[in-house]
Design a protein around this ligand. Structure first.
Ligand code: NAP
Length: 256
């Protein structure tokens, strides 16, 4: 793991929705490692407790909230509580998502709605609630998109629709909130090692090799590498970056 400026985020406070496992926990760890106090939110109290315990060992302070991003009131309550517990928030990451493989012809209305509700509506909820507590110059909101927003894949129509919506929501909010100094960007991770997402999309060694073959760098990425991109977007180095949909995908999007 490469270490840059260890105090880069010292004194900052961050909130990571969906930050109790996989890529989002990797982002939370990275922000904590560079000195930020970090709050995480997800549905499972056990996952929240485990993530908070780990983050308290890495960074200055950590808090956690068991809540569902589909419930706007619960998201609002958690963000407000985090701002009280950790101090005014500087960084909000929205990465909660659900995924399953289903051909469009077999996809139910409920299945489609579930992904739209968690990924797209949930991201709107997190951003909208964040606006009330993060509204100041230098604040950074980071949404987590996916290659499916641009790269069409069989069995992923619901995810493509939701993540493409997240990309446009990101650009819309960047346009509207830029005048207040709030930056809104999205990261598009490629296939990431050891995640629930890739366990579902490429469950066998053959499927994994096929995915690696689509990546110009010919490997899966790591949660730390996505954390590094979130670190950049949270830092003064990205002070003039807003409305960007940033691919951190080993070049996967290029070949399609
Ligand atoms: P993951 O480990 O399953 O992480 C999803 C997180 O969201 C968990 O903390 C989960 O915790 C939480 N969550 C799910 N539904 C929620 C809800 N309704 N309300 C609140 N929290 C909820 O998945 P991952 O594979 O690392 O993916 C993380 C993000 O990266 C997602 O946005 C995904 O689309 C994106 N992404 C992943 C990959 C990949 O290679 N894995 C590639 C591109 C993009 P609870 O179960 O406790 O709620």
């Amino acid at each position: 793991m490469t270490t840059y400026l260890p105090d880069l985020l010292r004194g900052k406070a961050a909130f990571v929705a969906g930050g109790t496992s996989g890529i989002n926990l990797g982002i939370a760890r990275c922000l904590a490692r560079y000195g930020a106090s970090v709050a995480v939110l997800s549905r499972s109290q056990d996952k929240v407790t485990a993530a908070v315990d780990e983050l308290r060992r890495i960074g200055p302070r950590a808090e956690g909230y068991a809540a569902d991003v589909r419930d706007f009131g619960a998201v609002q309550t958690a963000l407000t509580a985090a701002a009280v517990a950790l101090g005014p928030l500087d960084i909000v990451v929205s990465g909660a998502a659900g995924n399953f493989v289903a051909p469009a012809a077999k996809l139910t209305s409920n299945g489609f709605k579930a992904v739209m509700d968690i990924d797209l509506l949930g991201t709107f909820h997190v951003c909208r609630a964040a606006w009330e507590v993060i509204r100041k110059p230098g604040a950074s909101i980071i949404n987590i998109s996916a290659p499916q927003s641009t790269v069409v894949q069989p069995g992923q129509s619901h995810v493509s629709a939701a993540k493409a919506g997240i990309d446009m929501l990101t650009r819309s909010l960047a346009l509207e909130w830029g005048p207040e100094g709030v930056r809104v960007n999205a990261i598009v991770p490629g296939p990431i090692e050891g995640t629930e997402g890739m366990a579902r999309l490429a469950p066998t060694p053959e499927a994994r090799r096929a995915v690696e073959g689509l990546v110009p760098l010919r490997r899966y990425g790591t949660a730390d590498e996505i954390g590094d991109m979130a670190l950049f977007l949270s830092s003064p180095a990205a002070a003039y970056v807003t409305g960007a949909i940033i691919y951190c995908d080993g070049g996967m999007v290029l070949g399609r």
